[in-house]
Design a binder for this molecule. Structure first.
Ligand code: NAD
Length: 266
């Protein structure tokens, strides 16, 4: 089976435009930023880990900058996005990708764990989308892609709080898309499955502990559940995000597009 990590789609309409990628210091966000640079975009990586964000920006080259961003805080989002406007010019694309997960049995989830998942995953989408969308509506152009999850479509055991926070992301994405369609703003989401990132390796360790398995057994289980027969890569997701960002997806809005290797087909 072909498992190349190379992205292949090319979308000339993205050339020269400016994107903000939240949570772009690592994992899926980093792969998204790299693919957008490849499309000829200028990219600002906003991340709570500013040092890692700058390291990523340096790796990605001259068309990339980084800024400190905490998506949970309105002031941080306003300040960061305002800085991007001044530094790279008006941004055209928001990739709201920052997210966290913790694993826990539903009956043991604490209030703090619940709030942590909702503050980053749900409130973070609300704040970043609202602040970008106000600008996009005033200008009558702009595109938003949110990172949701397979866990936004199917309640995931040991991730009930995470699942609930991601279901909310899809509800928000659908409603916002319908409100903003008349202004020519498209809002979509991508729903990855089990992607090889730092988040996944933390989840594999937790799941192995909670289910009394080895990490290797947990990963084998994932692969066995995946019709396309391998673990998902960040580049698999980045490919679909670039498409949704481009005019090639001009008649798509309010969608939660599954990128799961066939694990979920609804
Ligand atoms: P990751 O942990 O590798 O990266 C997440 C990034 O978000 C990190 O750089 C982190 O510093 C940043 N971040 C965390 N809190 C933040 C905050 N408050 N403000 C700004 N930045 C913050 O994780 P990933 O696997 O690349 O996940 C990216 C997105 O994809 C998340 O929304 C996640 O829920 C989603 N997702 C991941 C998987 C998977 O299997 N890895 C599956 C489905 C969905």
């Amino acid at each position: 089976m072909h498992t190349s990590n190379l992205t292949s789609g090319h979308y000339p309409d993205l050339q020269g435009k400016v994107a903000i990628v939240t949570g772009g210091a690592t994992g899926i966000g980093y792969a998204i930023a790299r693919n957008l640079i490849r499309q000829g975009m200028r990219v600002a990586i906003g991340d709570i880990n500013e040092e890692a964000a700058w390291a990523a920006a340096t790796e990605l080259g001259a068309n990339t900058v980084a800024f400190h961003l905490d998506v949970r805080l309105r002031e941080s989002v306003e300040e960061g996005f305002g800085w991007v406007d001044k530094t790279l010019g008006d941004y055209d694309l928001l990739i709201a990708n920052a997210g966290v997960s913790t694993m826990q049995k539903a009956l043991a989830i604490t209030d703090d764990e619940w709030d942590f998942n909702f503050d980053v995953n749900t409130r973070g989408i609300f704040l970043t989308n609202q602040i970008a969308a106000r600008k996009f509506v005033a200008r009558k152009s702009g595109t938003i892609v949110n990172t949701a999850s397979l866990a936004a479509k199917v309640g995931a055991p040991l991730l009930a709080h995470y699942s609930a926070s991601k279901f909310a992301v899809l509800g928000w994405t659908q409603a916002l898309a319908r409100e903003l369609a008349a202004d020519g703003i498209r809002v979509n989401a991508v729903c990855p499955g089990f992607v090889k990132t730092g988040m996944q390796s933390r989840e594999v360790q937790w799941e192995a502990q909670l289910r009394g398995m080895t990490p290797e057994q947990v990963i084998d289980d994932y692969i066995r559940q995946t019709p396309l027969g391998r673990l998902e890569t960040p580049e698999d997701v980045a490919e679909v995000v670039a498409f949704l960002s481009s005019d090639a997806a001009r008649f798509m809005t309010g969608q939660g597009v599954n990128v799961t290797g066939g694990v979920y087909t609804g």
